[in-house]
Design a protein around this ligand. Sequence first.
Ligand SMILES: Cc1cc2nc3c(=O)[nH]c(=O)nc-3n(C[C@H](O)[C@H](O)[C@H](O)COP(=O)(O)O)c2cc1C
Length: 313
Amino acid sequence: MVRYSKLPFRHLVSLYDVHITHTPMILAKEFSRSAAARAGDFSTSAAERGAFWMSEGCASLSGKKRRRLVRGALIAQFAASDPKHMADATELIAPWVDGVDLNCGCPQSWAYSEHVGSWLLRNPDRVRDIVRATKDRVGWAFPVSVKIRIDEKLEKTEQLVQTAIHAGASHITVHGRNRHQASTQPVNLPGISFAVEAAKGEVPVVANGDAWSLPEVVKIRNETGAQGVMSARGLLANPALFSGYTSTPPSAIAQFVDISLNYGGLPFALFHRHVAYMLEDRFERAEKTYFNVLTSHAGVLDFLERRGLELGG
Ligand SMILES: Cc1cc2nc3c(=O)[nH]c(=O)nc-3n(C[C@H](O)[C@H](O)[C@H](O)COP(=O)(O)O)c2cc1C
């Protein structure tokens, strides 16, 4: 998520059953040509991925499912239109991440006019060239995924999914809205299901849109047949969503404070926004007004302590 899914927030959600995290969308062209852009856009740490017990599909002869400890994965997401820019940026970031993702969903007008983001939805040949150039550069074993939106003309979605897979995409994430739909409109689960079928089981598909709680995650997975579910706004509001919490547990807020301080602190506006999202459903109106006008880290910490949160544990 642009602005939000930086290192401290990714580290936080990895403590609460988020198996795959993504950087905010990074402009591949700038990233590949400017050291300053690289320093501003990306940082990571050896500790930011979680470790998770995963059950394997079939029960063994003893009737027990085998469990495996797997490490979480970090994916860098790029906006690119030129295959060379994506390949260059991927080559630079590959040692630090487990895969890269091509954004084909950003609906903003600047992105469309730069031929990145949702412009790619109707330009599958460009998606093919970008995926291929990236794989050719860093090796075919390196995961390159693609994040798309649904097209109003479903045959376009089918064509895009199949083109991306044949170009070498390792998985596809499908945001179940079209490029003209705001996030306030309900997600189109049959549309995601269509994309899952279009992938024909050749690669995993991740369903995205309106996952605000664990029961919703399960419902989305069951209704679409997708192999995974991605949440964006749901995780901002409740980073512990995938662990089954119904709202942000106080421990997660305390951990967020610690983690962000350990990484050297977040800019105040971003820190403040994150905490506001996590507290949103607990605020009373007067408290919210008070919180919104706080202007310092110290003010936020003081507010949290007065609300009974134990910090610095
Ligand atoms: C603040 C914010 C930043 C986002 N940034 C990105 C981004 O960098 N890359 C991307 O693919 N989608 C981005 N999105 C879209 C989300 O990934 C997601 O597709 C969309 O919000 C629908 O999922 P949700 O209903 O779980 O929020 C962003 C969404 C929000 C709210």
